[in-house]
Design a protein around this ligand. Structure first.
Ligand code: MTE
Ligand code: MO
Length: 260
């Protein structure tokens, strides 16, 4: 044993081959356990950090906040999500997520409630939106759960809608909020991303009215964000200078910004 420890501190040149192998093995194990211990201690520390209402621990939150600043800086009307030829669009497109779509719903009676800064509500139907210039987009729709699909959508630019209805005061606010008619699903979006030229109030998929399970009659399509933000079946639209509620961010601690 004493010899063994002595060998650890003897130059390799003074040792036999098997003593060198033994020495190297011991040193490898030493560092292995040192780093494992460090990793476990680090992980334990991270788990013990206070979290924002029990979801995301603060060191992770700060990394997400830094990411958000970087992505916010990168977002610009000149940076567009890549577009594809219509021929590459999936038909039928994959259906994912039915939160807020399960409550019995009368499509004929549907109106979008736009709750203005003054508190007044503008009630709009699909024809009101179809009167505005139509824009189509084919882009790679990305879900945070790890799939993506090139899909073809049609509707009116959110920014054009805001202009057409004189919602300037609202467009100057920091956040947009949307919820389904039954309020079971809701998303919050920073206004610069909402006003991005590729963000649509969308009423068509593959040139046809939206299928029921894809948000008939009107959904959001926001290519600069992960799919979670593209709320299907808009009921209410509202504006705030504080972050508007967001289903996945509030419930599970997903990144509020969810930018791409
Ligand atoms: N109302 C509502 N909108 C929703 C969801 C949902 O569950 N309910 N899921 C979101 C998620 S996670 C994704 S990836 C997209 C999927 O859109 P799709 O079903 O048209 O593929 O819708 C988003 N919008
Ligand atoms: Mo998703």
């Amino acid at each position: 044993m004493a010899n063994f420890f002595k060998n650890l501190f003897t130059r390799n040149s003074g040792l036999t081959t098997s003593q060198v192998i033994e020495k190297k093995t011991v040193i490898s194990f030493f560092f292995f356990f040192l780093f494992m211990g460090g990793a476990i201690a680090g992980w334990t520390w991270l788990r013990r950090q206070p979290s924002d209402s029990g979801k995301t621990s603060s060191p992770i939150r700060s990394v997400l906040d830094v990411n958000e600043k970087i992505f916010d800086g990168l977002l610009s009307d000149k940076h567009l999500a890549k577009e594809y030829p219509v021929s590459q669009a999936a038909n039928p497109a994959r259906v994912n997520g039915d939160l807020g779509l399960k409550t019995p719903f009368d499509p004929v009676a549907w109106k979008m409630n736009v709750i203005k800064a003054s508190g007044d509500t503008l009630k709009l139907n699909l024809d009101d939106l179809k009167k505005l210039p139509k824009t189509e987009i084919v882009f790679n729709f990305k879900c945070i759960e790890g799939w993506s699909q090139v899909t073809h959508w049609g509707g009116v630019r959110f920014s054009a809608f805001m202009k057409a209805y004189g919602l300037d005061e609202e467009a100057a606010m920091k956040y947009l909020g949307l919820s389904t008619p039954d309020k079971q699903y809701y998303v919050g979006i920073d206004m610069p991303s909402a006003l991005h030229p590729q963000t649509l109030l969308c009423y068509e998929l593959n040139g046809q009215p939206l299928p029921m399970n894809q948000g008939y009659p009107l959904r959001l399509i926001i290519p600069v964000k992960y799919g979670v933000k593209s709320l299907k079946r808009i009921g209410d639209m509202y504006f705030s200078n504080q972050r508007t509620p967001d289903y996945w961010s509030d419930k599970k601690g997903y990144d509020y910004y969810s930018g791409l």
